[in-house]
Design a protein around this ligand. Structure first.
Ligand code: ADP
Ligand code: MG
Length: 387
């Protein structure tokens, strides 16, 4: 048996880890982005430096050429220049040469640095792109993961619910058996015992006063007829045969007729929408819930009237059973009976088993309403599994 809270913990942990990784990846991406901006800025500065340096190199080359021309001139005309001037010309040419060389060196270094920055920029660009892709991938994975795991946990939860339902269905059946046993004990069993006694009495009457026998036999027959009626009623309650033959609405109408005759409570039934054939599991569930509601009304409500509404929608059936009786406190009853109110519990579970909704509303002094709604399309599938 899979433990659902443990599964949920695993889900939560996995989600945490994945979310943390995403956060870290995001941080990495951010750092790369900052590096990228900084490198880009530095590259721009370096490019400026390079063009400045190139201009300086060009100017220095011109200068150097000029100083060399002057030096050649000086060295060719020893007689025109004195020693001091010749030395100066040498020094200047040399100086210019040195300056030019160092500027060229600087230009070379700057170019190298620029190439390095350009390579860096490319790498950073790729890093940023990759991290963005990864973040979106992880986001997607996270979504899939969470959805799937959540689905799994929902499925397990439903399975467990079904199992719990199965147990209460068995308990409800047991309760139903007890009820039937009690009904047979109180009704037909007692009547039969009575009949035996009356039959013995008839024998005695026949011996002692045969003229009274006819009356006695008639009343015995009445008793037998009534017992037969009781037995039929019990059989009908166990499994209304008309339900299979007639369908939900006619079977209900027949049941209601008998109910009115037996208990003198007025019942009005309204069918809305276009009636259509329903799966037999659904028909039985709806019939049973209405039957249990009506039994509760006659037993506890002190009502004079019941209104039943059945609405056939394309994909579901809505049912309302409302009485004008004294009402009751649902919470109190549930607490007092400690979940053992098999009537109400059984109704709710029957409907939930069919993936429907069930609700009871009751107001003291104003009556009670049993409301349910069941999907009519996914029937005959109460095996706890999914399609
Ligand atoms: N229509 C109703 N009007 C008044 N009280 C009701 C009605 N339906 C149910 N109850 C109250 O709720 C209790 C629980 O009902 P139920 O679950 O059917 O169990 P049970 O019929 O075996 O007592 C009843 O004992 C009664 O007090
Ligand atoms: Mg009941």
């Amino acid at each position: 048996m899979v433990n659902i809270t443990r599964l949920e913990r695993v889900i939560e942990k996995t989600r945490d880890i994945v979310e943390n990784s995403r956060e870290e990846l995001y941080q990495l991406g951010e750092t790369a982005r900052i590096d990228y901006e900084r490198t880009k800025h530095e590259l721009a500065l370096t490019r400026n430096d390079i063009s400045d340096t190139i201009r300086e190199v060009d100017a220095l080359e011109l200068d150097y050429d000029k100083s060399r021309v002057y030096l050649m001139d000086v060295s060719r005309n020893f007689d025109k220049y004195d020693e001091e001037q010749i030395k100066n010309a040498y020094d200047q040419a040399h100086q210019k040469q040195l300056q030019l060389l160092s500027k060229r060196e600087k230009e070379k270094m700057l170019r190298l640095h620029r190439d390095y920055l350009e390579r860096n920029l490319k790498t950073l660009e790729i890093t940023i792109q990759r991290s963005e892709e990864l973040i979106s991938n992880i986001g997607m994975a996270l979504k899939i993961l969470c959805n799937d795991l959540e689905n799994a946990s929902v499925q397990i939860g439903e399975m467990q619910q079904m199992q719990a339902l199965g147990i209460s269905v068995i308990m409800a059946q047991e309760e139903e058996r007890k009820r039937v046993a009690r009904e047979i004990h109180d009704g037909p069993a007692q009547s039969l015992a009575n009949i035996v006694m009356r039959a013995e009495f008839c024998l005695k009457v026949m011996e002692m006063n045969p003229s009274l026998l006819e009356d006695e036999l008639y009343s015995l027959m009445d008793l037998v007829r009534k017992s037969l009626q009781d037995v039929r009623k019990i059989i009908f309650d166990l499994r209304p045969m008309s339900l299979d033959d007639l369908g939900l609405v006619p079977a209900l109408k027949r049941y209601i007729e008998q109910y009115i005759t037996d208990y003198g409570i007025f019942v009005e039934i309204t069918i809305m929408g276009q009636e259509y054939e329903l799966a037999s599991s659904l028909v039985i569930a709806i019939f049973r819930v209405i039957q249990e509601s009506m039994t509760n009304v006659r037993k506890y409500a002190n009502a004079t009237e019941i209104v039943i509404k059945i609405e056939y929608l394309p994909k579901k059936i809505n049912v309302v059973v409302r009485d004008n009786g004294q009402g009751f406190e649902i919470d109190k009853v549930t607490k007092e009976k400690n979940g053992m109110a098999f009537g109400i519990v059984g109704m709710r579970e029957r409907i939930q088993l069919l993936r429907g909704k069930f609700e009871i509303k009751s107001t003291i002094g104003q009556g009670t309403e049993v409301i349910l709604s069941v999907p009519s399309t996914t029937m005959d599938n109460v095996d706890g599994g999914r399609r």
